[in-house]
Write a protein that binds this ligand. Sequence first.
Ligand code: PA5
Length: 438
Amino acid sequence: MTRHSTEIGGIRLDVSATEKYLPAAELQAMAPAVNAAAAELEKGTCPGSEYLGWLDLPDRITEEEFQAIETSAARAQKDSSLYVVIGIGGSYLGARAILDALGGSVEGCPEIIFAGTGLCSASLDRVLKKCKGQDFRICIISKSGTTLEPAVAFRALRTMLAEQFGQEGAAQRITAVTDTNRGALRQLATDEGYETFIIPDNVGGRFSVLTPVGLVPLAVAGIDVRALVAGASQMRKACLNENLESNPAHLYAAVRHGLYTRGFTTEVMSTFHSDLQTVQEWWKQLFGESEGKGGEGIFPASTVFTTDLHSLGQYVQDGKRNLQETFLCVRHAVSELTVPGDESEGGNLDGLNYLAGRTLDEINWKAYEGTKNAHISGGVPCTSLEIERITPQVIGGLLFMFEKAVGVSGRLLGVNPFDQPGVETYKKEMFRLLGKTQ
Ligand code: PA5
């Protein structure tokens, strides 16, 4: 293998700084296994094959579905200043990741607030206080329709909505995104007459960002969901390529798995853009829930630099050498801020004039390059995902690439990447302690 990087849809993947630990010939030798894993997905012969609906989702969304989502969004944009999205795990992280990465709602569109992402009373109380007396709408998202955290938040918020708009008025301000037939939420939505969108049966929670789970809230925020899906579609095609070095999902999956089998059992995703922190959270769920089973799996962790260079940086540089690092970097952020000069007499006391006129983005990029060099010298195999500018198209491609990669790398590990049996254990214990009877 001669090349160590590939660029698709504005995303450049560079694995050259892993070669010391995973030589090019050994990486190339993984290609047949990677292609076999991918073929299992495409042919639907892998464990969990009933949840492969995400694979061709970007090309399956119809004009009718786009229009239904856009109509719902236009209504919310017209009559609401706040749009509360209630959901947990895969039912909120994708929308939030994309929204944060793109800098939030477009001007003039409702502010999106997330609720039901835990059981912390302070957090729900803040949402309730923020919505009180405001023109707000609720979008409740739960595939099973039985998850406790969103169900509790939904009960509290819809009670308040009914106090403000009456029972009927409240029902007209609620959108439910849920399973076709099953679950308490489906029943409630039918009984109360809520607007509903369906999460396809064959798409699991953490793979559902390109269904109404992600698209409805993002459309309300004014994000171009068609561009998002187009980016995913472009990436989907690139990720069908059997040539390891030009298929970003395969290359990424192969490198991280190859490093895992050589003792690098924790993957730290490091970004230099705090707006990408929720993308990291989405990625952690996707990989952690898909791979962490049967005593196997890379532990996914994350850092936001340069902030965390002043906390976790010491460990990454010099701690236990079981870390592989994946940088997720953006060359141009939204702002064009520059460092002001100081030409006053006796000025430049802070010694920063050498940076005068340079953009913060440029300085941040140098911090990335310097950190990568340092971590390589400290014995950390480093992979980079470099992006010129975040757009809906680029982020759609990025998220799809990760989905495809986790399907492949889960199969390389020998696990079913599409179930999450471990999540039930805490629920059983919690419900037993709470005295749930049905
Ligand atoms: O990926 C998953 O399947 C989970 O994270 C779910 O999305 C999460 O548990 C929420 O489930 P539900 O949408 O059924 O409320």
